[in-house]
Design a protein around this ligand. Structure first.
Ligand SMILES: [Cu+2]
Length: 298
């Protein structure tokens, strides 16, 4: 290849690489799992890294021996194949070593699994019910319950021929009208179920994902230790609008949570009050009518 052509090719590939490795591209294409913001998510991440490195060590060892053997003992170098068919000692070794490795990996994995399933000692319980296509959150013991649906801006932009550039919508398809609100550093137990078809409640930053199955109640728990807004999605194909029922969780300080909860209860009472009044009026009218009827009959 002539020298100037080589130089030109080099320049082209350098430009292409630079273009690929622009800052937003690098941010959007991180390769690893996210560590998340809960004790469990970090433990799962740690487990993933530990097992990844075990696999790397095994791969390096196996491929080194393999490549060395292929290169060194090839026919052209005069290697002569051995004629034996069985070697009990070799078979024992290549069975025992993998078993030991698997058992060693199972110990920390089982420990984390048990922890994931242990919902005892929760500070609060929230029931999440999946619907086509929204979530309902029910704060058990608090008499607070509401629906969480796709935010207006995302909903408008997603319509066919809406003419709205979805890149102009903040958190497109990952925003809701009423997010789940929980206090920071509290063990939150979620009861996950569904009212129509199977959905799945998933928040990657919590390391948690559970099927929401009609007629069944699944459990999960998380303890977020960082204030913030965490986004997830329904992770079980549940019909036409499966992609339009995101999960948004706001983790706030305890004081902010308390005032939010109080305002939710106040709003609920305000909504219930006129209804109660109407009911009372109806009952009085019915009684009066009955009295008149009875009087006439006499
Ligand atoms: Cu769903």
């Amino acid at each position: 290849m002539p020298m100037n052509m080589k130089r030109a090719l080099g320049a082209i590939s350098a430009t292409a690489l630079a273009a690929l490795w622009s800052v937003p591209a690098a941010a959007a294409w991180t390769l690893n799992l996210r560590e998340g913001v809960t004790e469990l998510s970090r433990e799962i991440y740690g487990l993933h890294m530990l097992i990844l490195w075990v696999c790397v060590v095994i791969a390096v060892a196996v491929f080194s021996v393999m490549i060395y053997s292929i290169a060194t003992f090839r026919k052209s170098k005069g290697a002569v194949p051995a004629t034996f068919e069985h070697n009990t000692r070799a078979e024992i070794i290549w069975t025992v070593i993998p078993v030991v490795i698997l058992v060693a990996m199972a110990v920390p994995a089982a420990r984390t699994l048990v922890k994931i399933e242990d919902t005892r000692g929760a500070d609060m319980t929230i029931k999440a019910t999946g619907y086509q296509w929204k979530w309902q959150y029910n704060y058990i013991d608090e008499d607070v319950s509401y629906f969480s649906t796709l935010a207006q801006a995302s909903n408008e932009a997603r319509q066919v021929n809406a003419g709205i550039d979805v890149h102009s919508v903040d958190n497109y398809l990952l925003e809701v009208d009423n997010p789940l609100v929980v206090p920071v550093n509290k063990k939150v137990r979620m009861l996950v179920t569904a009212a129509d078809v199977i959905h799945n409640w998933w928040v990657p930053d919590f390391g948690m994902k559970k099927d929401a199955i009609p007629g069944y109640i699944n459990e999960l728990w998380f303890r977020a230790d960082k204030v913030g807004t965490y986004r997830g999605q329904c992770a079980e194909l549940c019909g036409r609008d499966h992609g339009f029922m995101p999960v948004v969780v706001r983790v706030v300080e305890q004081a902010e949570y308390d005032s939010w909860l109080a305002s939710q209860k106040a709003a609920r009472q305000a909504a219930a009050a006129p209804a109660a009044q109407t009911a009372a009026v109806t009952t009085t009218n019915a009684l009066e009518t009955t009295t008149v009827l009875v009087a006439n009959a006499e």
